[in-house]
Design a protein around this ligand. Structure first.
Ligand code: 9MJ
Length: 677
């Protein structure tokens, strides 16, 4: 039966609506409907198309995932070669680049387009009359592979360009990548299936784009940022790179929201520092920043050398992955008794610091990596996290390298190591020393945690001092800190009397705390700051805490059987109860919980804040607590969604970003007024 006009209109409307919502979501980052509502529209369209197969077109949003092809990928020749980028690693390299550009162009000051360098893989998208005709990998720059079917499954790749003023032949190039969140979810899925984990987002993205079956690629969280053009016929592009990116956006192509412009070496270095500061807060990994001469005419004047344009430069961040040799594998005992294997490394410079230890996480991870002493390994340092061993270079393994045997006994107190079983009968991947407070390592780590900034915040009581105090048997538990005397402290190695006095002062000052901090300081397994606050506000007193039951605990928000069991096990141990009593007896005290934040009005409900710079008389943490208590959200990076940026002394790049985005800026006085209002 021929489709009625009404059906055709209905289908056209649904497609336009789905395309609009997809555009808002992927390109504008401003979705207007929920994922569920989008899915409902999609199912409506699918149902109509199933009844009227003659009305299905390749550009319909239902047609992203095609059938598996028979053979391997076809070769594609890039008429305009896909170039790579020259690299610089320091300011000198950047200055050289800028000088060459200025000398060739014979101009004083050059305007550059600046964008993050994503470490994914380059993809060419060929649009003919606005319709996606072909997707191809870079290959060697001249010959790549035809991955059209896979490219079509990437949701941020439009199957059809928007508007009318695009060139009739437009080849767009960009980077395909997987976000941090996408990568975590992908590996979580692999873990559940007991499948091999991906080493990093780049490898996962590359593997995903080269799947033979597009249905498989469609399952991977691939994304794209477009940043260059190849063939362009039947139409003109704007004069500058920055304006071209804007045109891309208008045509429905996704570009990186961090793209900006800068002038001269100073401007470039400022952009580099600013992006470097925000690097760990970005939702995807980047390995540097790309500078491009903004004017297209000037780009043409500069031309290319061998395989790289003379008008662009990749300024790399210090490497985050390096290879080195494992000298030994040791295990460390944490405050909860958790046993962590650690690789001692031949020191290596990674991501701007020298690293000589890397975590191997747990027994299963050692098995998975099959890592052995003497192996050459790749280690990675991402942001502030502990460096980890990513993979073993098996080809470099020496003959006879022995497997590491995970210890059955605690290396410090010799108590048995156990792998606790949860209620589903699954053994933990983490092994624990069963020594409890009898284990010196657990006690040491427990006291370090107790003194740490987020716990009792005892300034000056560093790890080395705690170790000496425990080793010298001056203290056994955290409670003994409160009966330390000047003589003992100033008798420690490298401890002058003045420092000893300061430490004593800091210990005394820590007596005044809050019940939540106190509970967090105890270092109970699975009880972080938030859980400690919850328990404190629900129980109110030490007596109630010591007598707490599983029922009471499990009735608290976000407390499940695992946390409840940890708390019960803690208060069920006599030495722990004795320590709590001693702490109280020795003067640790806090305001009654009922008086704390209970009747603070939620005057800032739903407002989002970012804090930067140093505040006077108030830590950023205190400011955060005061804001959160009033219903506000405090986040780490500035975006269009931020309501206020609080700027203290010596602010970071967040202040500049706030200005750029027109976000309201508060100084400390304004913040205090807001908190008090
Ligand atoms: C990356 N990888 O993020 C280019 N790139 O431009 C950016 N790569 C590039 N631009 C011309 N942002 C050749 C390569």
């Amino acid at each position: 039966m021929a489709a009625s006009k009404k059906i055709k209109t209905e289908i056209a409307k649904l497609r336009a609506s789905l395309d609009d919502h997809s555009y808002r979501y992927h390109v504008l980052d401003d979705p207007q409907i929920t994922d569920a509502a989008y899915d409902r529209l999609m199912r409506e369209l699918e149902a109509l198309e199933a009844d009227h197969p003659d009305l299905v077109t390749p550009q319909s949003p239902t047609q992203r995932v095609g059938a598996k092809p028979d053979g391997p990928f076809d070769e594609v020749r890039h008429e305009v070669p896909m170039l790579s980028l020259s690299n610089a690693f320091d300011e000198e390299g950047v200055a050289d680049f800028d000088r060459r550009v200025r000398e060739t162009l014979e101009i004083e000051n050059v305007q550059y387009a600046v964008e993050p360098k994503l470490d994914g893989l380059a993809l060419s998208l060929l649009y003919v009359d606005g319709v996606l005709e072909r997707g191809a990998t870079r290959g060697d720059g001249v010959t790549g592979e035809d991955v059209t079917l896979n490219a079509r499954t990437i949701r941020s790749v439009p199957l059809q360009l928007r508007g009318k003023d695009f060139p009739s032949v437009l080849e767009v190039r960009g980077e395909v990548f997987i976000s941090r969140a996408g990568f975590a979810a992908l590996n979580e899925g692999q873990r559940k299936l007991d499948e091999k984990l991906y080493v990093n987002p780049r490898n996962a993205a590359a593997g995903s784009l080269r799947q033979i079956d597009p249905a498989e690629t469609a399952k991977r969280p691939l994304e794209i940022f477009c940043y260059a053009t190849g063939r362009v016929e039947g139409g003109k592009l704007p004069d500058s790179h920055a304006a071209t990116l804007k045109a891309f956006q208008k045509w429905g192509l996704r570009v990186c929201p961090e793209s900006t412009t800068a002038k001269g070496v100073k401007g470039l270095m400022k952009a580099y520092a600013s992006l470097g500061d925000r690097r760990d807060d970005l939702p995807y990994e980047i390995d540097g920043i790309v500078y491009k001469v903004d004017s297209r005419r000037r780009q043409e004047n500069l031309g290319t050398i061998s395989r790289a344009p003379r008008w662009a430069l990749a300024h790399k961040f210090p490497a985050q992955e390096e290879s080195t040799r494992i000298e030994s594998i040791e295990v460390q005992v944490g405050r909860t008794g958790a046993i962590t294997p650690v690789a001692r490394l031949d020191p290596v410079f990674v991501g701007g610091v020298t690293v000589s230890n890397a975590t191997l996480h747990n027994r299963d991870e050692i098995e998975r990596l099959d890592v052995r002493v003497g192996d050459t390994v790749v280690i990675r340092r991402a942001g502030d996290v502990i460096p980890e061993v990513v993979s073993v270079v098996k080809a470099d393994r020496k003959k006879g390298a022995r497997k590491f045997k995970f210890p059955a006994k605690c290396p410090v107190c010799k108590s048995p190591v156990e792998f606790p079983v949860n209620e589903k009968d699954e053994a933990s991947v983490v092994g624990y020393c069963t020594g409890g407070v009898t284990c010196e390592a657990q006690r040491k780590e427990g006291i370090k945690h107790f003194a740490s900034r987020r716990a009792m915040d005892i300034e000056g009581l560093g790890d080395k001092i705690v170790e000496q105090l425990v080793d010298g048997e001056h203290i056994k538990t955290a409670a003994d800190l409160y009966i330390l005397d000047l003589e003992t402290l100033s008798g420690l190695d490298r401890m002058a009397e003045k420092s000893a006095r300061n430490v004593l002062k800091a210990i005394d000052k820590s007596r005044d705390t809050t019940f939540g901090r106190f509970l967090f300081s105890l270092g109970i397994r699975n009880v972080g700051e938030t859980t400690a606050e919850t328990i404190a506000s629900q129980l109110g007193t030490v007596e109630a805490f010591k007598a707490v039951t599983a029922e009471v605990l499990e009735a608290m928000p976000d407390v499940g059987p695992v946390v409840a069991a940890s708390v019960l096990s803690f208060v069920g141990s006599k030495p722990n109860v004795k320590m709590i009593d001693e702490l109280v007896k020795r003067g640790v005290t806090w305001p009654d919980v009922g008086m704390l934040d209970a009747d603070v009005e939620k005057t800032l409900d739903g407002k989002t804040f970012v804090l930067t710079g140093t505040l006077t008389g108030m830590s950023r943490d205190d400011a955060k607590k005061a804001l959160v208590a009033r219903g506000a959200k405090v986040t780490g990076s500035v975006s269009k969604k931020t309501d206020f940026v609080v700027v203290g002394a010596d602010p970071g790049s967040k202040a500049t970003k706030a200005e750029d985005l027109g976000v309201a800026i508060l100084d400390q006085a304004a913040l205090e007024a807001l908190i008090e209002s």
